[in-house]
Write a protein that binds this ligand. Structure first.
Ligand SMILES: *[C@@H]1O[C@H](CO)[C@@H](O)[C@H](O)[C@H]1NC(C)=O
Ligand SMILES: *[C@@H]1O[C@H](CO)[C@@H](O)[C@H](O)[C@H]1NC(C)=O
Ligand SMILES: *[C@@H]1O[C@H](CO)[C@@H](O)[C@H](O)[C@H]1NC(C)=O
Ligand SMILES: [Zn+2]
Length: 373
């Protein structure tokens, strides 16, 4: 009897210890580290960025690197009228209200109870802004095995070539780097601002579709990843599954911090040029030139700096645009001081224009692979 109990306990305990004890982190193309869960936090405080690849070791074998196919993107942007129409109702108030609510959760740390509650709120909000689309829209929750905060995918299925998927991503979690399970992390800029930018763009696009019935030929998806701060865990789950399901993502645009303007006299957005896809990034720069009222500066953010890296790692083209040149981004992130009053909602509206311009230009674009010369 007692032996039985002991065995039962061992069977119960083993996977739990085994699973949580060590994590494998990829910190560059060629280096991995095995660390305890607590040590992840130490590394993050030191500014080390990583993929937590514990669940996907094969993805990172150097002999199995997935190449990103090169698609042709538009070079003439000819949809100015449709883009202006879709942007008619862009509202800094609506973004302010959303972010005020989103940052009212004590923390959106992905392992916390309030991190789950914030995902539930986000899901309801996304239902609300897309409800006029009826059955043309669907919402999927991605439950992750090891933590509670789910990722969310909103999909507007393409009417002609639904297998071609254009993705707009952001992450919903926040984190206090000192004591994540205990201390507050309003996470207004990092990375609530990216989430709210995507909510506003989706709200406008849904209104535009309702009014014009100009349904996209390609599938359009908005992704809200959980657990970015834990080593891109949510987006790794999503894109690794997309790859194993043989899905075709033709373009992924990540927005992360979008609300901080370090120098109002030199307002701009930062276009990330490392670990992103050059052809798609060039197209995104054209969209900025044509549809934003501020310029861009090219900048680098290092290995695994946000969720777009989970897309390219799985062989999908991706671009990443951030609030400014990387070295000047918001210094208050990951603290209790990452708050609303430090953000500029006009600047966030510029990031919304980027999404709307990209959606309208790509929704009916006939994607073809570039033919080698
Ligand atoms: C969606 O939100 C708006 C504004 O908050 C509200 O007026 C409306 O009733 C909501 N709709 C649903 C179905 O919840
Ligand atoms: C702008 O908002 C108004 C009022 O809600 C709505 O009737 C109109 O369809 C919207 N326009 C566009 C282009 O979405
Ligand atoms: C994906 O494609 C591979 C290779 O063509 C095939 O072996 C596999 O069964 C496909 N998987 C799914 C889920 O369709
Ligand atoms: Zn962060």
């Amino acid at each position: 009897m007692r032996l039985e109990r002991l065995l039962l306990f061992i069977f119960w305990a083993l996977p739990r210890f085994g699973k949580n004890q060590y994590r494998t982190l990829q910190i560059s193309e060629t280096q991995t580290l095995n660390v305890k869960e607590e040590e992840k936090l130490l590394l993050k405080r030191q500014g080390v960025r990583y993929f937590d690849i514990t669940n996907f070791p094969s993805l990172f074998k150097t002999n199995e690197v997935k190449t990103v196919p090169e698609y042709v993107y538009p070079v003439d942007l000819i949809n100015g009228d449709r883009v202006s129409l879709a942007l008619t109702n862009v509202s800094t108030k609506s973004m302010y209200d959303d972010l005020a609510f989103f940052t009212s959760f004590y923390t959106r740390y992905y392992k916390s109870e309030t991190g789950y509650d914030s995902a539930v709120w986000l899901s309801k909000k996304l239902k609300n802004v897309t409800e006029t689309l009826g059955d043309k829209v669907s919402q999927l929750h991605i439950d992750h095995r090891d933590w509670k905060q789910f990722s969310i995918i909103v999909q507007i299925r393409g009417v002609k070539t639904p297998e071609k998927i254009v993705v707009f991503g952001s992450h919903q979690d926040s984190m206090n780097l000192i004591l994540p399970s205990v201390m507050a992390a309003p996470g207004a800029d990092d990375n609530g601002s990216g989430t709210v930018t995507n909510i506003e763009a989706l709200r406008l696009y849904a209104q535009y579709l309702t009014e014009t019935q100009d349904w996209p030929q390609n599938t359009v998806e908005f992704h809200f990843y959980s657990a970015e701060e834990g080593g891109l865990l949510g987006s790794l789950d999503v894109f690794t599954n997309y790859a194993s399901d043989n899905k075709t993502v033709v373009a992924m645009l990540q927005q992360d911090m979008t609300g901080y303007v370090p120098d109002p006299k030199n307002e701009h957005v930062g276009v990330i040029t490392d670990f992103t896809t050059p052809a798609y990034t060039k197209f995104v720069e054209l969209v900025i030139d044509k549809y934003l009222s501020i310029p861009f500066i090219e900048t680098e953010c290092g290995y695994a700096c946000s969720d777009h890296s989970s897309a390219t790692k799985n062989g999908f083209p991706a671009a990443f645009v951030i609030e400014s040149e990387f070295s000047k981004t918001n210094k208050y992130i990951h603290t209790t001081m990452d708050t609303l009053d430090r953000l500029n909602f006009g600047h966030m509206a510029e990031h919304v224009k980027l999404i709307i311009g990209t959606i309208i230009e790509l929704s009916n674009w006939e994607f073809k692979l570039k033919v080698a010369e």
